[in-house]
Design a protein around this ligand. Structure first.
Ligand code: W6P
Length: 393
């Protein structure tokens, strides 16, 4: 069964990235059989590309029960979708069955992030993760979760557009896309949610100064085509981190400095800059903040109350994937001892906002085969031990 899956993989089928523009065009057509025809090919291609990468992972990770469980879900969903390969695209019964199947797949994969996180934690507890495994794991999880975001986007769009009980929802929304999303409004919602959590935990929270800079349309709100749930997730995560830093850095004071948010719309980018005076982090830590096996806050207890402002430490890396998914980025610039600026970059034009999808090829397999790589920059060592060594490699 598993072998059959591996042989099924056809590397000449490359995932087809869609732009936000093509998502909205597609959604306005509302042609269910066209959507069905696209998805029954595209989803298996996307699934097979990421399934292939499981083979290249270190055994210490891929042999974990939780990882095996997730692999099983992927194989099952792949097989279910393959069954539609030759079915009649205009038969309403087939379309109905496909829609229900897709809902079942979305449910089956609902806990993938938590389950994989479990595997990562177990691996950390059992082994000391060396730099090589750490790089591979980070590389894999970024690609794996990006793949998941993309597959869920396609499946959710289909369900939202064609399921009868979803149609009443949300004014001019096209599936889960808001063609005129008010960015300032999303920032307000995210701020208020973060504020509530912050006050629960610390009894105090920083205020927010919000500045809009709409270069193309003075003094008006800033609107864009985007997936509001993705945007809210990113802004919430960054504001939450900013708040925690501010409140903890000023814990002996009765007043805390505001968080400053600037939203600017240029020709190419919409940028959201979130600045805090929370004491910052050392430069060397800014990369580590995006690693999946890192969190600043105590880990959630399995049965205990969940600490309000902490999760599995996946908020930042996942937020960055949401930004990158449609061609954007998240970056942090910190001034240790002072504060941090966080930046969300998003594409203004929906034509330019293309899905960023992992593709399995030779380069990918080389990333997992870094055994022979010898560092080509010096590494520090105590000078009294530093006998001159010969070049290796
Ligand atoms: C910090 C650390 C951090 C991460 C993300 C966003 C804001 C901040 N502030 O001190």
């Amino acid at each position: 069964q598993k072998l059959a899956f591996a042989l099924d993989f056809k590397p000449n089928f490359v995932p087809v990235p869609l732009s936000l523009k093509s998502f909205t065009d597609f959604g306005q057509d509302k042609c269910e059989s066209r959507s069905f025809k696209f998805l029954r090919e595209e989803i298996p291609v996307r699934l097979s590309h990421i399934m292939r990468e499981f083979h290249d992972l270190p055994d210490s990770f891929s042999s974990r029960k939780s990882v095996q469980l997730v692999r099983g879900w992927y194989e099952r969903s792949y097989e279910e979708l393959q069954r539609y390969e030759h079915q009649d695209t205009s038969d309403p019964k087939v379309l109905k069955q496909f829609l229900e199947n897709i809902q079942a797949i979305l449910n089956r994969h609902a806990k993938v992030v938590e389950t994989m996180a479990q595997g990562v934690m177990e691996m950390q507890e059992t082994f000391n993760i060396d730099p090589k495994s750490s790089t591979e794991l980070q590389y894999f999880l970024d690609r794996f979760y990006m793949n998941r975001i993309s597959v869920r986007m396609l499946l959710t769009q289909h369900v939202e557009l064609f399921s009868r009980d979803r149609r009443r929802k949300g004014g001019d929304h096209i599936g889960i896309i808001d063609p005129s999303c008010d960015v300032g409004q999303i920032v307000d919602i995210a701020y208020n949610n973060a504020k509530q959590l912050c006050e629960q935990q610390y009894l105090i929270s920083p205020n927010m100064d919000l500045i809009l800079c709409n270069n193309s349309n003075e003094n008006q709100s800033i609107q864009m085509v985007c997936v509001p749930t993705h945007l809210e997730y990113m802004v919430f995560e960054l504001i939450k981190n900013a708040m925690r830093a501010v409140v903890e850095f000023h814990s002996k004071e009765t007043e805390v400095p505001n968080i400053k948010v600037i939203i600017s719309k240029g020709k190419e980018d919409i940028t959201i800059k979130i600045s805090d005076l929370g004491g910052g982090v050392p430069y060397s830590v800014t990369d580590i903040l995006f690693q999946y096996h890192y969190t600043t806050a105590p880990r959630p207890q399995e049965n205990g109350p969940s600490p309000a402002l902490a999760g599995y430490g996946y908020g930042l890396p996942l937020s960055r994937l949401y930004a990158r998914y449609f061609g954007g980025e998240i970056s942090l610039s910190s001034v240790e001892g002072y504060g941090t600026d966080a930046f969300i970059y998003l594409k203004v034009n929906p034509e330019d906002a293309n899905e960023c999808l992992p593709v399995y090829n030779k380069t990918t397999s080389k990333m997992y085969d870094t055994n022979q790589v010898v560092p080509d920059w010096s590494s520090p060592r105590p000078w009294n031990q530093s006998y001159r060594t010969f070049c290796t490699g």
